[in-house]
Design a protein around this ligand. Structure first.
Ligand code: NAI
Length: 331
């Protein structure tokens, strides 16, 4: 089967190579179609995404992407936002779990964040009212609220989860977040087997850094979902271990949560775990749950042994060495 691979910017090329190596070792049978996109491509070619990329994603429905930067102030729209809107990948799924061998302040985190991915302040409706006043529109529709709430409850049910918490600020944004919350409550009635509650975003942030184990599945509008995803990644050891999936009805795009890490790009220092964990999510959805479990298991084993760790988690291994050690485990 075919899948699109977009290495992207900065460390993207290094971690995409890890995916190719591990995909071969696992004998997934995936034929990668590689396409260029990002700020580095734009600097040489004047456009952010190489011709044919979007059609290829449309054709096969599966893509794995590395981080991409957007040149600021040059009229380019973020690749991520473009992809989400074009392919209607309305749900951004980000599992966050405590990992053995990665020292953090918490030891029982097991959370899933379901972020609405298409609207809210990210819709891109911004304009100047006059030269000193900018206005941005927070657009929330009942249809998108219902779709993401159902996605969260269906995911919870399918994955043995017990509770879904709606994240909002409906006490202040009574119409927009109010619609998100009231729609969530309506949808919850169809899932009597899953507990449902809600939490105001600011209180949630405090509770997450005090006792994250009290949460299970969180469903949030776009902006809050974006922020709490990074917060939660921090609870389990940072961006090196945070995978995500952008899910639509016809298209799925998997990626690491982190960016292009320009400070370490080209130095063979990047931790490829997050993109490999995103690849494991992809394998799972492709019906290769056994290979996904082997991959996740091998990453956990490497972390637990602690002999081959990248610099972000206190080791000295290069990206290539980490990937080779992982490949050895999988063989
Ligand atoms: P960043 O995530 O690239 O880097 C933050 C810090 O984490 C840096 O110190 C970096 O070295 C470290 N880091 C990130 N990933 C790592 C990895 N796999 N292994 C080891 N260390 C890692 O965030 P930053 O600097 O804010 O963004 C850099 C660029 O990436 C920006 O242009 C931004 O727009 C873009 N970006 C793209 C994303 C995407 O395409 N999904 C997501 C986030 C940022």
């Amino acid at each position: 089967m075919k899948a699109v691979l977009i290495p992207g910017d900065g460390i993207g090329r290094e971690i995409a190579q890890s995916v190719r190596t591990i995909s071969d070792v696992l004998d997934t049978g995936i034929q990668w179609q590689e396409f260029e996109a990002g700020a580095e491509y734009a600097a040489a070619n004047g456009e952010l995404i190489a011709p044919g990329t979007l059609d290829a994603i449309e054709d096969c429905g599966w893509a794995l992407k590395g981080p991409t930067a957007t040149p600021i102030g040059k009229g380019f729209r973020s690749i991520n936002v473009q992809l989400r809107q074009r392919f209607h990948t309305y749900a951004n799924l980000r599992p966050v779990r405590t990992l053995p061998g990665v020292a953090t302040r918490f030891d029982q985190v097991d959370l899933v964040i379901v972020r609405e991915n298409t609207e809210d302040l990210y819709k891109g409706i911004e304009y100047m009212l006059d030269e000193d006043t900018a206005n941005g529109v927070k657009l929330i529709t009942r249809a998108a609220c219902e779709r993401i709430s159902r996605f969260a409850f269906d995911y919870a049910r399918a994955n043995g989860r017990k509770k879904v918490t709606c994240v909002h600020k409906a006490n202040i944004m009574k119409l927009t977040d109010g619609l998100f919350l009231s729609t969530f409550r309506e949808v919850a009635k169809d899932y009597p087997d899953i507990a449902a509650d809600d939490c105001i975003i600011d209180a949630l942030c405090m509770k997450l850094v005090q006792r994250p184990e009290q949460f299970d599945t969180l469903v949030a509008p776009n902006l809050y979902g974006d922020i709490i995803s990074d917060l939660c990644a921090g609870l389990v050891g940072g961006l090196g271990f945070a995978p995500s999936a952008n899910i639509g009805d016809k298209t799925r795009i998997y990626e690491a949560v982190h960016g292009s890490a320009p400070d370490i790009a080209g130095q063979n220092k990047a931790n490829p775990s997050a993109i490999l964990m995103a690849f494991a999510m992809m394998l799972n959805d492709l019906g290769m749950a056994d290979k996904a479990a082997r991959l996740n298991g091998a990453i956990l084993e490497l972390l637990t042994e602690g002999k081959t760790l990248t610099a972000d988690v206190g080791g000295t291994a290069t990206t290539t060495e980490f990937t080779a050690a992982l490949a050895d485990k999988l063989r």
